[in-house]
Ligand binder design. Structure first.
Ligand code: F6R
Length: 247
């Protein structure tokens, strides 16, 4: 197993470490290809990347990005669409060329066609240099819920009740407003990335972090599949690391 745990003791150090890995990938590759997450966890990382861009420390002009997922049925202009999230937190403030930004099209009347189109774009770009991931309380990565196909590609996933409850905080705590489906890159797509950065913080993630990285590899805990990947950094704060057994 080549998982590298990196446990940081302050939010600032955690954020710097996340931004460092993204910037290193951007600098090391002529045409860097990134897979990017949404959710609460990466927000400070995006803020730090924006800060570095504004300070002239980094440019994202050569970057091609693919977001992990998008809700089905939300207009792009909806404040909680992942399209809105990414533009608000990152793309509007940096220099990633608009034509290099990709998110699955959750508004399509034909989700299968939207997924096929996304897969075609992924195939065209070739290798992903870095996939940045969060983790759901049930071990999902992207929106690959427990049981998802380990070799799967971009597809439409039914969100579990637990996932929808966790995300209700972004929808005025109204479960009825949380979409029931999302388009997500598949586990097969994610696992093909050359490098993976898994982000988690807070004690609420401690149990799933332990299960994912110190429990058996099983499709019931999608994140556990990362144990078979050759190049994974798991960046945690002390809360998220608190149930890990010391090696
Ligand atoms: C979001 C995504 C999800 C989240 C996960 C954790 O693009 O792919 O897997 O990373 O649900 O979300 P937060 O960070 O809100 O706890």
């Amino acid at each position: 197993m080549s998982i590298k745990f990196d446990v940081r003791t302050s939010p600032q150090a955690w954020t710097q470490a996340a931004a460092d890995i993204v910037c290193q990938t951007v600098r090391d590759n002529e045409r860097p290809v990134l897979v990017l997450p949404t959710g609460g966890t990466p927000v400070p990382m995006y803020a730090e990347l924006v800060r570095r861009y504004r300070a002239g420390e980094i440019s994202f002009q050569k970057v091609t990005s693919f977001n992990l997922d998008e809700y089905v049925g939300l207009e792009r202009s909806h404040p909680e669409s992942y399209y809105s999230f990414m533009h608000r937190n990152f793309f509007d403030a940096v220099d990633v060329p608009a034509e290099n930004i990709h998110l699955p099209d959750g508004r399509s009347a034909h989700p299968d066609e939207a997924c096929a189109a996304y897969n075609a774009m992924l195939d065209e770009v070739g290798a992903v240099d870095l996939a940045v991931l969060g983790i759901g309380h049930n071990g999902h990565i992207g929106f690959n819920e427990p049981g998802a196909d380990p070799a799967g590609r971009t597809h439409c996933e039914t969100l579990s009740l637990q996932t929808r409850q966790a995300n209700a905080r972004f929808f005025e705590d109204d479960l009825d407003k949380v979409p029931t489906h999302a388009l997500t890159m598949g586990l097969g797509d994610i696992l093909k990335a050359k490098k993976i950065l898994l982000l988690a913080n807070g004690e609420a993630k401690a149990a799933i972090i332990r299960k994912a990285f110190q429990g058996p590899v099983t499709r019931e805990v999608p994140c556990s599949l990362l144990q078979n990947h050759p190049n994974v950094v798991v960046l945690l704060d002390e809360g998220a690391a608190s149930l890990l057994e010391k090696a």
